[in-house]
Design a binder for this molecule. Structure first.
Ligand code: ATP
Ligand code: MG
Length: 737
């Protein structure tokens, strides 16, 4: 039937309106990329509230990233005048964390429980394996971490894990010890957040009923990527009065490797949505050629739920396919095109560079940096994951929770306090025997080690009393001095960057403390409040990679295809389209691996609005080796008529790669090749940008920029350890590698 009229529905097409106004029954929106699923979901929340069908407290909405949650809250507050704080909108991890913070007691957690990020988790497992006297070679901590997380994601505790051989039995034992260690330390890893929240609802009937009655509408974006535990968690929250509204696209399911299961979508359709399935077929994001390419690619997958996308936006430009000689060549081409797009007036944040693996970003970053183009890497080394920041956070964590052994070990001897590995082993042994935290075991440690550790404990106690009543940024500022961290980096020759990051941490805390939406872990209904400190630490662990203030607007966006899900950009460069890289060689081993890679490619293509670049190179440096690459088989799956070939590979060389099309005449080859030649002449003293070098004192690095000639020649080098430096070639002991 025709949907209702309401100002919120203006501009939506008929099926979109129907979806927004679906009666209070379970429903599934099954639709392709860019068809307005997320827009429909957001509008539905606003519409439900504005038409008085639900209060903000009655909404639970799951988004794929924290960024998406923030965007949704921003859009909602523009559409309806509400206090967004009372809304439960977030990722599965964020929402589960909120639940556990609110009901820490019922979840059998200490009030100050801390979140372990992946790095912390691996360190904790490594420490445990050592304490158990287990052979690290046979049970690598990293593998153990994956093993444990995979079980948790299936809802399996160590007590339920199956083991039919000695090796697996040992793994289960390690899992059990790890559970005990986390419980003792009040530490919760990412997988545990979900499992704990699930068990909490499952075991506590009163609590479950409370939330079932509270949440009248559960809305889930990117439903195709839920894993079985997340789906089970949703089912627990769904009471007799609750309505679930799920939106998804089976063609964009890209997390099977992490246990996500498209079958959830079929199960949901069968058991909940029943007849209520709405398909959206008009794409509002991309120009015709881009959409046709995406459609053509994905038809190569079998077993799809089947959708067809169309647009009335017109064909638009051809898709540019660039073949370069090397990855450096590819990066230079991209820089040139970014400059051109900038001249045409496109803002930088509307340009995205998408790659299959994080390792690919390095070359691109160098090229952008050298060209003076602002860029922002999502999911690179996150601010909160930097060493000095983690050190400072460890002190903060110890103030909040002294039983946090991971934090304890990180800073007990940093800055150095003469506490050696021996003493720490003795302490760990003592703690195991007493079944207590390292902090509490310290008292029974004797001798010189006992004195040194005792001093550390007194310092933490001192910190705790001295900082009572201070604001969060003041606490951090104080601990930087009291712990000796600030002095340590002041004394260090190249500590300037790290000092700046520590000051930035104080700033981040100030921003966080001032943000009225920051304290979103305080549940005003139950009145249980957590401290700002705990909130800030959780923020550091959960939201680290996605948000950095300031540099958003004028920066080119760099990210993996996985993290681009749900986003859109005017111009998209997909880089490294080569066999083994994209599709990735690891995927070839997995069942349906190629199909998942193809869905990933589909996600990548459909991020583009107007202009799409598909780039690949003949040679690429990866993991320290030069690889010779063949073009991605996905390129062959795109209709040739949609493509414009751009080629900088000399004809004699292109001929040796008989891929059929690489000899195709280059559109603007001559100009490009001559531009390259000019670039080469700029190299200083035999060195060139992008080159790997070794310095006698600073070690290995890579040249970012070069200037001047002869005696005057200088190069800027980024060293692995020593940071970035300008060096005069006449004096510097620099060698090419
Ligand atoms: P994805 O599968 O990539 O997550 P999606 O289905 O969630 O995509 P949206 O991001 O909601 O799609 O919408 C894609 C773009 O189309 C957005 O810019 C959105 O504002 C726009 N859009 C959606 N519906 C309409 C409409 N009816 N009229 C105009 N623009 C629309
Ligand atoms: Mg979306």
């Amino acid at each position: 039937g025709t949907a209702q009229a309401h100002p919120l529905l203006n501009g939506l097409n008929e099926p979109q309106k129907q979806a927004v106004c679906l009666p209070a029954e379970h429903g599934l929106i099954l639709a392709g990329a860019g068809s307005g699923k997320t827009r429909v979901l957001t509008t539905r929340i606003a519409w439900l509230m504005q038409t008085g069908q639900v209060s903000p407290q009655g909404i639970l909405a799951v988004t794929f990233t924290n960024k998406a949650a923030r965007e949704m809250l921003t859009r909602l507050s523009a559409m309806v005048p509400i206090n967004v704080r009372s809304l439960w909108v977030g990722t599965f991890h964020g929402l589960c964390h909120r639940l556990l913070r609110t009901h820490w007691r019922a979840a059998r957690l200490p009030e100050t429980f801390q979140i372990l990020d992946t790095g912390d988790q691996q360190a904790a497992i490594k420490r445990l394996i050592k304490a158990m006297g287990v052979d690290e070679e046979r049970f690598p901590p990293r593998d153990m971490m994956h093993y444990i997380n995979a079980l948790k994601e299936q809802g399996i505790r160590s007590g339920q894990a199956e083991a039919h051989d000695a090796h697996t039995r040992r793994k289960v034992e390690i899992y059990a010890e790890y559970e005990a260690q986390c419980q003792r330390e009040g530490a919760v890893d990412f997988a545990e957040l979900l499992l704990r929240a699930y068990e909490l609802l499952q075991q506590d009937e009163a609590l479950r009923t409370h939330y079932q009655q509270r949440f009248r509408h559960i809305l889930v974006d990117e439903f195709q990527d839920t894993n079985p535990l997340q789906y089970a968690w949703l089912q627990l929250l769904c009471g007799p009065q609750t309505v679930i509204f799920a939106v998804g696209d089976d063609d964009q399911s890209i997390y099977a490797f992490r246990g996500a299961d498209v079958a959830n979508m079929r199960a949901f359709e069968r058991n909940y949505a029943k007849g209520n399935v709405i398909r959206l077929e008009q794409n509002y994001r991309s120009h015709g050629n881009i959409l046709t390419a995406a459609n053509a690619l994905i038809t190569n997958n079998a077993d799809r739920l089947g959708k067809n996308l169309w647009t009335d936006a017109g064909e638009g430009e051809l898709i540019r396919v660039f073949q370069g000689v090397s990855d450096l060549d590819e990066a230079r081409y991209i820089v040139d095109e970014i400059r051109e797009l900038t001249r045409e007036g496109l803002p930088r944040h509307q340009m995205a560079l998408l790659y299959r693996s994080n390792a690919q970003s390095r070359v691109l970053e160098h090229a952008l940096f050298q060209a003076g183009i602002a860029y922002r890497v999502y999911g690179g080394l996150r601010f909160f994951e930097r060493m000095e920041v983690k050190h400072a956070l460890a002190y903060l964590r110890l103030i909040a929770n002294q039983d946090d052994d991971t934090a304890f070990l990180r800073v007990v001897n940093f800055p150095t306090r003469g506490i050696g590995a021996r003493s720490l082993e003795a302490l760990q042994l003592e703690a195991r025997q007493l079944n207590s935290s390292l902090y509490n075991a310290a008292a029974s440690l004797t001798g010189k080690a006992g004195t040194a550790v005792g001093q550390f404990i007194r310092m933490i106690e001192g910190l705790r009393t001295e900082t009572t009543g201070l604001s969060l940024p003041e606490v951090i500022d104080h601990l930087l001095d009291r712990s000796g961290l600030r002095q340590h980096y002041q004394a260090e020759k190249d500590g300037q960057d790290r000092l700046e990051n520590l000051e930035e941490l104080v700033n981040a805390a100030a921003t966080f403390a001032d943000d009225p939406e920051a304290a979103h872990n305080i549940d005003r209904d139950t009145g249980e409040a957590t401290s700002l400190l705990a909130d800030f630490l959780a923020h550091a662990a959960l939201e680290a990679g996605e948000h950095q203030a300031g540099d958003q607007d004028e920066a080119v966006q760099l990210m993996t295809v996985h993290s681009a899900k749900g986003l859109e950009f005017s111009a998209v460069f997909i880089v490294g389209l080569e066999q083994g890289l994209f599709p990735h060689e690891n995927a070839m081993m997995a069942r349906d691996g190629l199909e998942e890679e193809r869905r990933l490619m589909y996600v990548a293509i459909t991020r583009a609005r107007q202009r799409l670049y598909l780039c690949h190179a003949q040679t690429r440096m990866l993991h320290g080796q030069t690889r010779y690459c063949l073009p991605s088989s996905f390129l062959d799956e795109l209709p040739e008529a949609l493509l414009q070939r751009i080629n900088t590979v000399p004809a004699w060389s292109a001929g040796s790669y008989s891929t059929g099309w690489s000899e195709a005449p280059a559109v603007d080859m001559t100009t490009r090749v001559s531009a390259r030649a000019a670039g080469a002449a700029e190299s200083a003293g035999g060195f060139h940008v992008g080159q790997n070098v070794v310095h006698t004192k600073f070690g290995a690095g890579v040249i970012l920029a070069a200037e001047g000639r002869g005696e005057e020649a200088r190069v800027q080098v980024r060293f692995g350890q020593a940071g970035t430096k300008w060096l005069a070639l006449a004096y510097a002991k620099l060698e090419a590698v």
